[in-house]
Write a new protein. Structure first.
Length: 304
């Protein structure tokens, strides 16, 4: 199964916090809004001086996908999630601006402008790659890193072609959000078995248009963004991550166990965790198990 998700903004945990039944919608931070500070983006519960946590969604995602995690974090930490460029409510720059350097620049600017550093970065998919590239570039800004279901190996041209064909297969526009949930949760050829969480993930990135429901992003932009990293291996960057780093994989996700364990070996201070009954969208598929998996790491890195 090949699912690919996202992020936005909110707030951190009590020692064993219960997941909220109705998480408050996160505020949105559009990194392309320059030159001033990038708009309200910190948790409402924690003190502005609380330890910062930056939540970075994956390809096609948005900040609101982190609402449950951010609400869980908000009691003790200052959690911020970005609608990254080309995603969510952020500006949609030309495809040529969707570079790896630009995504890392945006994350760096958010940490500095919001005074979050040194920050814990929690990244999913593409957001995890941005996280470890930021940690490699600016070790002074990153105190810890959670890498959620992102591969370090090159995926290659065949993978990019599969994505192109997949986007063409989307039956857009969707008549209703229920149709969105059903297609991505059940009917999509990439779905091995019914996955309501996946359906909800994609419903979150749709908006209503005159002819029906369409994604808030341009598929061509997602392909352009992916093209900037899919052909390259990223092992060397992992060796430059000096802070503690936790590699988390869904048992049925895209990151295999052997590759995940090799990533842990390559990381100077790597640790490993896995979540059963979860695919690529680990934090959406199994939110309680996700929190259980990362809690010991958070407490070891973020404790005063």
């Amino acid at each position: 199964m090949s699912e690919h998700p996202g992020a936005r903004e909110t707030s951190g945990p009590s020692e064993h916090p219960a997941p909220p039944e109705h998480p408050a919608p996160p505020e949105h931070l559009a990194p392309s809004e320059r030159p001033g500070p990038p708009g309200p983006a910190d948790g409402r519960t924690a003190s502005p001086r609380a330890t910062g946590v930056l939540l970075l969604h994956g390809l096609m995602g948005r900040a609101s996908h982190w609402a449950g995690t951010a609400r869980w974090l908000s009691g003790r930490y200052r959690a911020v999630a970005l609608d990254q460029r080309g995603h969510g409510q952020s500006d949609k720059p030309p495809s040529s601006a969707l570079t790896r350097e630009a995504y890392v620049d945006d994350a760096e600017a958010a940490v500095e402008q919001l005074g979050l550093g040194p920050v814990l970065v929690i990244g999913h998919g593409m957001g995890a790659l941005t996280g470890w590239q930021l940690a490699a570039r600016r070790p002074d800004l990153v105190r810890g890193l959670v890498i959620c279901d992102m591969r370090a190996s090159a995926l290659g041209a065949a993978s990019q072609r599969e994505w192109e064909e997949w986007f063409k297969a989307w039956p857009v526009p969707f008549a209703t959000l229920a149709d969105v949930r059903k297609w991505f949760g059940e009917d999509d050829p990439w779905v091995d078995r019914p996955n309501p969480a996946r359906g909800e993930f994609y419903a979150e990135v749709m908006h209503e248009c005159p002819d029906g429901w369409r994604p808030v992003f341009e598929p061509a932009d997602m392909l352009a963004s992916r093209e900037t990293w899919v052909y390259d291996a990223h092992w060397e960057e992992l060796t430059q991550v000096r802070c503690p780093a936790l590699v988390v994989r869904g048992l049925d996700g895209e990151l295999g166990r052997a590759e995940a364990q090799e990533m842990v070996r390559v990381l100077p201070r790597g640790q490993y965790a896995e979540v059963v009954d979860a695919g690529h969208l680990v934090h959406c598929d199994q939110p309680e198990a996700w929190r259980t998996a990362i809690t010991p790491f958070l407490e070891s890195v973020l404790s005063p």
